[in-house]
Design a binder for this molecule. Structure first.
Ligand code: NAD
Length: 503
């Protein structure tokens, strides 16, 4: 182990997993994988070829016939083993997440835990996948529904949850009897690469789970492949829109989770201490790189002064540093390019007339001068028409936008193109009820800053934060990954007369 407990300093060239064996990509194109806290290259990831995508899909297709015939109770034995392996390797995986993504170690442990929880949920497939039946829909006629897997599914993952997000889909897809191709984010391929070795160790038959590394070309090759039956995507809104239209135009199923702009409304009656803790974690946790991250804080009336004062105090005292340092509360953003994007938004906020109360641009983290750090940043006097109030910044930037009353706040939220999450902080049930009833967002927090649904519930999303109808996770997954077949049965004829009860 090194000073900070990295699992390895350099992970070499990432391999693909095809048909049960790890293979070097034949592509000559490689991208560096960078530790965002140090700026150092820690691996190389291939931009795999169309041919390699075709080989992975062919391996998945070949594995499908036997896998779908494997009884669900036997299929989930592999997931039980995988769950145990993920538990046993939780700390190691969390350290890899932090090393490649940058988030603080405690947050990384939390996301690996979430991946374990979805695996546990999928272990219930023998019950969850069961169909329904109804006897005597007409005299002597019964009807029942069976759920069947469809074939090969694929997944296109974002950078910000290297362990958790691929597991919103993978365990359900294979538990239902489908076979799978994962394309991790090219910015963070290490966690899934390590998990792929655990998948092998869990004894899944060759070809049930495959992994192909790369970027846009791999995505296009997957979406154009005739044997891919459906795609799960998580990432930014423009790419989600592209993936959704391309997949559905080819007759594939698609569920595409997209970008966000999340609002946090604080009523004057809120419990201020708990609220500030929740705001800080929502806005600055994972350096603001969560699709549920709070971005615009709307204190109502008298809540404005205390929220501003407390938020500033708490933001100033956050310890920014390398996520593997136990003292760190907030790590770097993912890349130099993304750091520049966040800086650009801060500059734009200033140009548009917002008041910059705390500027995170000039932060220095001793010993990590090459890292991509943005300090906690707070704007005041933000107006709804400003870019920083409307667009996704995906960085540690709080925008204070005071509002007269709840009505005005709901009006601002409803004007947003996004609908991922919104939270209200209040001790008044009437306010909370009004908020949850009227706000067009998929995930609503009531005195909760990060309203992240747990495994039995779908991870929702509305408006331009989601394209599709069946979301990731929970029971939506079972519908997404199965086809329903309805069987109508009559056993009647000369030899057999249906039973009739005597009056
Ligand atoms: P991204 O859209 O840049 O990339 C996501 C995936 O798409 C990657 O695997 C990438 O290789 C691929 N990709 C990128 N450009 C492509 C193109 N032109 N054509 C085809 N494929 C392409 O997203 P990101 O920066 O990795 O992730 C951050 C974004 O994800 C944020 O917008 C965030 O809000 C969103 N996100 C949403 C949710 C949700 O549940 N709604 C969850 C997590 C992240």
């Amino acid at each position: 182990m090194t000073k900070y407990g990295e699992v390895q300093q350099h992970y070499g060239r990432i391999k693909n997993l095809v048909g049960g064996s790890f293979r070097d990509s034949q592509s000559g194109e490689m991208l560096p994988v960078t530790n965002p806290a140090t700026g150092q290259t820690i691996a190389e990831v291939p931009l795999s070829t169309k041919q390699e995508v075709a080989e992975a899909v062919a391996a998945a297709k070949k594995a499908f016939l036997a896998w779908r015939e494997t009884p669900p109770m036997r299929r989930v034995q592999h997931l039980f083993r995988l769950k145990d392996l993920l538990e046993a390797h939780l700390e190691e995986l969390a350290r890899i997440v932090t090393q490649e993504e940058g988030k603080a170690l405690e947050e990384a442990r939390g996301e690996v835990r979430r991946a374990i929880e979805t695996t546990e949920m999928a272990c219930g497939i023998p019950t969850l996948m069961a169909g329904r039946n109804l006897e005597d829909v007409a005299p002597g006629i019964d009807e029942h529904e069976v759920r069947q897997p469809l074939g090969v599914f694929c997944q296109i993952a974002p950078f910000n949850f290297p362990a958790m997000i691929p597991f919103w889909f993978l365990p359900y897809a294979v538990a239902c009897g489908n076979t799978y191709v994962v394309k991790p984010s090219e910015q963070v391929p290490l966690t899934q690469s390590r998990i792929a070795t655990l998948i092998q160790e869990a004894g899944f038959p060759p070809g049930v789970v495959n992994m192909v590394n790369g970027a846009k070309d791999v995505v296009d090759a997957l979406l154009e492949h005739p044997d891919i039956r459906g795609a799960s995507f998580v990432g930014s809104t423009p790419v989600a829109r592209y993936v959704y239209s391309k997949a559905t135009a080819q007759g594939k199923r698609a569920q595409c989770h997209a970008g966000a702009k999340n609002f946090l409304v604080v009523m004057p009656d809120a419990d201020m201490r708990g609220t500030i803790d929740a705001l800080i974690s929502s806005i600055f946790g994972s350096a603001g790189e969560r699709c549920l991250a709070g971005s615009v804080v709307m204190p109502i009336g008298l809540a404005y002064e205390p929220v501003k004062a407390e938020l500033m105090g708490a933001a100033r005292s956050l310890r920014v540093g390398y996520g593997l340092d136990p003292a760190t509360q907030m790590g770097p953003v993912i890349s130099r390019r993304h750091l520049e994007r966040v800086h650009h938004y801060i500059e734009q906020g200033v140009q548009e007339g917002a008041r910059l109360l705390l500027d995170g641009r000039d932060i220095r983290v001793p010993g990590f001068e090459e890292g991509y750090f943005v300090g906690p940043t707070v704007f005041d006097e933000v107006r709804p028409d400003m870019a920083i109030a409307k667009e996704e910044i995906f960085g540690p930037v709080a925008c204070l936008m005071p509002a007269r009353d709840l009505e005005e706040a709901i009006g601002v939220i409803e004007a947003s193109r996004y609908g991922n999450a919104a939270s209200i902080f209040t001790t008044n049930g009437g306010h909370a009820r009004e908020f949850q009833h009227r706000v067009t967002c998929g995930n609503i927090g009531i005195n909760v800053g990060i309203p992240a649904p747990v495994a039995p519930f779908p991870f929702s999303g509305m408006r331009e934060s989601f394209f599709g109808d069946l979301h990731g996770q929970g029971l939506d997954s079972i519908n997404f990954f199965t086809e329903r077949k309805i069987v109508i049965t009559r056993w009647a004829g000369k030899e057999y007369q249906p039973f009739r009860a005597k009056a």
